[in-house]
Design a protein around this ligand. Sequence first.
Ligand code: KG4
Length: 339
Amino acid sequence: MSTIILGIESSCDDTSAAVIKDGVLLSNVVASQAVHEAYGGVVPELASRAHQQNVVPVVHEALKRAGVTKEQLNAVAFTRGPGLMGSLLVGVSFAKGLACSLGIPMIDVNHLHGHVLAHFIKAPNEEFDPPEFPFLCLLVSGGNSQIILVKAYNDMQVIGQTIDDAAGEAIDKCSKVMGLGYPGGPIIDKLARQGNPSAYTFSKPHIPDYNYSFSGLKTSFLYSLREWLHEDPDFIEHHKEDLAASLEATVVDILMTKLRKAAKDLNVKEVAVAGGVSANNGLRNAFREYAKKYGWKVYIPKFSYTTDNAAMIAITGYFKYLDKQFCTIDQPAYSRVII
Ligand code: KG4
């Protein structure tokens, strides 16, 4: 008998639903929210409202594209956290209600585990070459920067993480001070491809272990920019490509230096990257360079699995289903979590 899982993701500003049958992805529908662009960042209240509007049509569309009826589902998996509480509550409540009405198990998924296990999404006509355990995963998104030692689907240990801002958050904020728009990551990435990564130097943190810090870089970027703008009010316009390339190179160097230290200390050669910032071309190139230089086997996700999506929630839910790890109706959403 087949196992069919519906996954629902609503942790931030993407409403997404996906269907996985026996570990194979049948559909993955994402409704993004353009409403935040005007504000230069996600507005929680508006995000919750948009999820309310999107969740029913998105789930409907995911089932339709998968050619599956809700009665055929074996379980409903949903992002329980971390994320914005109002956003999470929409997906969590919807998923619980649906599972209850169908009399099937509900499975809570840690959003961060979902990003890591995105490497195990198997889709028709797509190459499938997942990492072997144990592997290291650099998880970089708008809200997190972590190095995770992944020992099994259900056994992950965070060995390093940011003590302040996340990498994506720092890039987004620097982009905002340059007046480039939101989200800054893809804009910086595009500009950086035409700029000189060595044009400017920004401060790098000196913190112990495998932890990260990005608030100093943000401040250094801001202060340097203020000085340059004082001398030339059109400085950003004249140098935005070099600024973007230098910023990106600094972030990539900070991320890769610690990752390399962890891989060396733990003698791990299987190394993956996940999360929204893993869409960044500079970071992807650095992974390929490190693979050559240090004999790593690297795993870089498909672009559509880098940002928030329900396919990663459905695959994580599938593995939990096989382990019979279900949740009860009284388990609440959580905005913060430590894995
Ligand atoms: O994982 P994600 O979609 O959301 C969460 O934070 O959970 O990550 C969003 C982050 C944003 O900071 C965005 O600017 C960044 O990923 N991002 C990028 C790129 N695409 C998205 N950062 C750098 N280069 C990109 N191409």
